[in-house]
Design a protein around this ligand. Structure first.
Ligand SMILES: Cc1cc2nc3c(=O)[nH]c(=O)nc-3n(C[C@H](O)[C@H](O)[C@H](O)COP(=O)(O)OP(=O)(O)OC[C@H]3O[C@@H](n4cnc5c(N)ncnc54)[C@H](O)[C@@H]3O)c2cc1C
Length: 382
């Protein structure tokens, strides 16, 4: 059966778009030139965060996503059964701590509250009660009860399983090569379809050039340390207040800021670095050392815990730090859903819904204008 839409890229974003479209009865095929969920999604830590976003369009999309994830997961459980739809969702909440600059943290939380985020300023001793293994050097903290976590590969493969269950197709090892009238040219032949969604993550810029509608998406490198099984659990997603500065910065040079969280497997993930070095995947010891040093500063007990492995990935970065979601006015039938940088796992639920809303002409879940393709930061020549 000919699909209405071909989604190029089977990461969390392509999977979420395909799921939302298939739920609305659209016939979808998803292709990936590699293994589904094997791109940046496999490197994501799985944080679903409001805490790191200042008021603005990205926060609005994050709020829509945080509201949608639990409902979406319930739908997937109904469709696929609890075992197949297990994505390790954990509404554990976030704790942002200041070792210095407590005023800046409080001010940031104030702004977020004005945009409807639950952000509770707590004392250092309250923070230590929430996280007994935290350093006593904490001066202040903000608790974000609505931050959550999931396992990104499980989430993407579950969304794709739902697409298949509804009659859609998911095909690995098929590369998209170009768009022609009536469909998509691929390494496995021509696919007839009415629309193509570019969900190629950090490679979205390359694919967009191939189809004659370039968008400015670049890779932003990040690495994560994984500890062996730890003698203590970090109960929340905990990070240093300087993380927000690193996320918002567009600087190409290295930035590290500590994010520490336990996984259900009993390990601790220590993220993460940010660097624009193209697709250079060299693992550099000074970066790993810096991440470890900052994590030990937050949780001194980590000094005794061995690091089991380190891995990296490429965030899909847009110069204005906003995703690109919607139709491309330059090529009929071409859509983009990409550029989510370090927040694509969290933002996937809202992105899928927004794509489906726009595609079907429904009232959009959030204002789509800030994410439009023809904005100067993304398509400088328009
Ligand atoms: C270290 C690190 C930690 C992170 N932690 C978090 C986190 O905690 N929370 C969070 O929300 N986000 C996090 N992120 C960001 C998140 O992982 C990304 O925003 C998200 O995975 C992007 O998903 P995607 O589907 O757009 O891209 P991808 O997962 O990269 O998927 C794109 C797919 O497109 C395929 N593709 C590319 N070109 C073609 C082509 N021509 N034809 C066919 N297929 C093609 C690729 O093979 C790939 O599978 C992190 C990222 C990194 C690097």
């Amino acid at each position: 059966m000919q699909p209405d839409v071909v989604v190029v890229g089977a990461g969390i974003i392509g999977a979420a778009c395909a799921e939302a479209l298939s739920a609305a009865g659209v016939r979808v095929t998803v292709i990936d030139r590699g293994t589904p969920a094997g791109g940046t999604t496999a490197a994501g830590e799985g944080n679903v965060l409001l805490s790191d976003k200042p008021p603005g369009p990205e926060l609005a999309l994050a709020q829509a996503s945080v509201a949608r994830w639990p409902k979406l997961l319930a739908t997937l459980r109904d469709l696929l059964g609890s075992e197949q739809a297990e994505v390790e969702w954990d509404a554990k909440g976030g704790l942002v701590v200041a070792l210095e600059h407590a005023e800046a943290l409080a001010e940031f939380a104030d702004h977020q509250r004005s945009a409807g985020v639950r952000a509770d300023l707590i004392t250092a001793s309250d923070a230590l009660e929430l996280e007994p293994n935290l350093t006593p050097d904490v001066t202040a903290a903000v608790h974000y009860p609505d931050d959550a976590q999931l396992q990104p590969v499980l989430a993407a493969t579950t969304l794709l399983a739902a697409v298949k269950r509804r009659g859609g197709e998911v095909r690995g090892d098929v590369a998209a090569l170009g768009i022609r009238p009536g469909g998509l040219r691929t390494s496995e032949g021509f696919l007839n379809c009415g629309a193509v969604i570019n969900a190629c993550g950090p490679w979205a810029g390359q694919f967009s050039e191939r189809v004659g509608a370039p968008i400015n998406i670049q890779p932003r490198r990040g690495v994560v340390l994984v500890t062996s099984h730890t003698p203590f659990t970090v109960r929340h997603k905990v990070y240093d207040a300087d993380y927000v500065g690193a996320v918002e910065s567009g600087a190409a040079d290295l930035q590290t800021s500590t994010v520490v969280e336990s996984t259900r497997a009993g390990t601790i993930l220590i993220g993460s670095s940010r660097e624009r070095v193209g697709f250079d995947d060299t693992m550099r010891v000074p970066v790993l050392r810096e991440l470890a040093r900052k994590a030990v500063r937050l949780f001194p007990g980590l000094a005794r815990v061995p690091v089991m492995r380190a891995y990296g990935g490429f965030r899909p970065y847009a110069p204005d730090h906003l995703p690109v979601i919607g139709p491309d006015p330059r090529v009929p039938g071409l859509w983009h859903a990409t550029g989510h940088e370090g927040a694509g796992i969290g933002l996937a639920a809202g992105t899928g819904q927004l794509i489906a809303d726009l595609f079907l002409g429904r009232p959009p879940v959030v204002d789509p204008l800030p994410f439009r393709v023809d904005r100067p930061e993304v398509t400088p020549c328009t």
